[in-house]
Design a protein around this ligand. Structure first.
Ligand code: COA
Length: 159
């Protein structure tokens, strides 16, 4: 039987415990998960590609069958080249839905063979985002319960 590989794409600026919660929920559903750092995001990230890769790599080292890769271009093209069958996205609140719905349908139009699976993080992460973590950190607030240790270390060094 061929391996069921899923992609979890995002900007991860930085990766948070909410992202890790989604990865943990996805692990039993797939044989392999590739956390996919999107390099052509519209966003202007605070952390460099290298730093974000480093933080993801260290955060996922506790899991089996999870790896990180980076890409430029369309997620569905990456999926095809890497034999991935699914894109994973997190749904935190209704407000995520409209945007996710649009991307999922566009991705389906681009490649009908690849579907998107939505997972809901633990409710304690529903209000969490990378930008809110950056905002609190910038003002020297405590973000230790929202990010893995490697990210906290990087944030404390930066601010
Ligand atoms: N826990 C915490 N935060 C979460 C989260 C969770 N479980 N799930 C989502 N978020 C946050 C992210 O931290 C991010 O916060 P921010 O906006 O404050 O930075 C926000 O929700 C969503 O960002 P992210 O998950 O990084 O996705 P994105 O919208 O920045 O990127 C891509 C989406 C990169 C996957 C998408 O643009 C893409 O696929 N680009 C490639 C081109 C392509 O193929 N496009 C699709 C066809 S149109």
């Amino acid at each position: 039987m061929s391996k069921r590989t899923a992609l979890y794409p995002g900007t991860f600026d930085p990766i948070t415990n909410g992202h890790l919660d989604i990865i943990e929920r996805a692990i039993p559903l797939f044989d392999k998960i590739i956390v996919l750092l999107a390099l052509n995001s519209e966003k202007t990230p605070l952390f460099s590609e290298f730093e974000r890769m480093e933080m993801i790599n260290e955060s996922i080292s506790i899991f089996n069958n999870v790896e990180v890769m980076q890409f430029k271009g369309l997620v569905v093209e990456f999926a095809k080249k890497n034999n991935a069958i699914t894109i994973i996205r997190g749904l935190r609140a209704i407000s995520d839905f409209e945007y996710e719905f649009q991307i999922a349908l566009m991705n389906r139009k681009l490649n009908p063979k690849i579907d998107t699976v939505y997972l809901m993080p633990d409710e304690k992460y529903t209000y969490l985002s990378s930008s809110i973590v950056r905002e609190v950190a910038k003002h020297k607030g405590d973000v230790s319960c929202f990010v893995p240790p490697v990210v906290l270390k990087k944030i404390l060094k930066r601010f």
